[in-house]
Design a protein around this ligand. Structure first.
Ligand SMILES: [Zn+2]
Length: 90
């Protein structure tokens, strides 16, 4: 089950960072339930960006604070996957 309503703090960040976000959604899942729950947030970054601390192109966190912490570590990425995706989008 998915709840597409983002917490206000995340929604505000997403609105300001649309150029770096491909998709963002909330999901009720076990990861969320283990923390403040019951949700976790998935943020798929646009090609050309990655999250340095997660080491992936996706941010997946289950509290607003952890999510916002992760957003501070979004860095430009020029890995093969990003380069290919950027070429395809161009
Ligand atoms: Zn990349």
């Amino acid at each position: 089950m998915k709840n597409r309503t983002l917490p206000p703090t995340i929604a505000k960040w997403a609105a300001k960072n649309q150029n770096r976000i491909d998709e963002i959604e909330m999901e009720f899942d076990e990861s969320g339930e283990e923390h403040e729950g019951p949700w976790s947030a998935w943020c798929y970054l646009e090609p050309g960006y990655m999250c340095e601390i997660m080491g992936t192109h996706i941010i997946h966190e289950s509290t607003v604070r952890m999510f916002m912490d992760a957003t501070k570590h979004i860095i430009p990425c020029d890995c093969d996957d990003c380069e290919r995706a950027m070429k395809e989008a161009a």
